[in-house]
Design a protein around this ligand. Sequence first.
Ligand code: PHE
Length: 342
Amino acid sequence: IESDICQAIAGAADEAALEAVRIAALGKKGSVSEQLKSLGTMSPEERRTAGPALNGLRDRVTEAIAARKTVLKAEGLAARLAAEAVDVTLPVRASALDSGRIHPVSQVIDEITAIFGDLGFSVAEGPDIETDYYNFTALNFPVGHPAREMHDTFFLPPAADGEKLLLRTHTSPVQMRTMQRQAPPIRIIAPGRTYRNDSDQTHTPMFHQVEGLVIDRSSHIGHLKWLLEAFCRAFFEVEKVEMRMRPSFFPFTEPSMEVDIRCKRVGNEVRFGEGDDWLEILGCGMVHPNVIRHAGLDPDEYQGFAFGMGIDRIAMLKYGMPDLRAFFDADIRWLAHYGFRP
Ligand code: PHE
């Protein structure tokens, strides 16, 4: 019977077949087991020779099965590796190229964050749904002041506690939220969505701003100007930018300025550092003493500056995109053209 079993072991094509052979030989009712059981009915003399012979048989069969099992395992693995192999020389399927793109706004927010991050700024956040207090009152907009109307605010139904709610019209409320959350020195930027009831080629009801805020005991307009120039050079990737500050008005800064950069328009493209055009890119100023006071700080001790920049606008400028409305149309063709590879 040994040669029969050994033939069956050698012929087992896979692990399941081998297991069947094992059960047929060594299982409870297997051929080898039956023989071992018959030892009990033998005379002591018979047993003396048959016992070692049968035990030897059982051991050899067990060993042969284990050896065959190792071989089958290795063959199985080799077969799977062959079947599942990837041919890296095949051309890529067209559908595999359809990966997602990074929206220019996300890309530009990342770029801005990296540049200000290198300059020691961290990122602060505030809610899109703001209270009238944080969006206006805390920022020194007097109640009934015409500057409130200039913002074309989307008002929302009041909160349960009567708090007047709106969609924030600028990222400036994050100034106050940050000052209430952390002690000076403060150096933050706050990128995010903002909302105004306005729509044309350069305005969408939802748009993006990045706020900047520096509060300490000594930062002044000179620092602000250096910072903005350093930012523009890094962001627009130019050696030189020429900037000018025009006097302006914001209730929460005094003095207030608007900043233009010198440029030359060539089609949709804008070149910096040359030409006779001036392009407004942001509003800024020294934080108004009333704002510092509203934050619970002493304006005789602390001072600083703030700025607010339109993210979509500088994205259009940097990447030569003519129509802001296309940013938010969710048109795959536009994104395929202007989107960034991850
Ligand atoms: N919040 C202002 C705006 O939306 C911009 C600004 C920010 C101006 C910070 C001064 C300081 O127009």
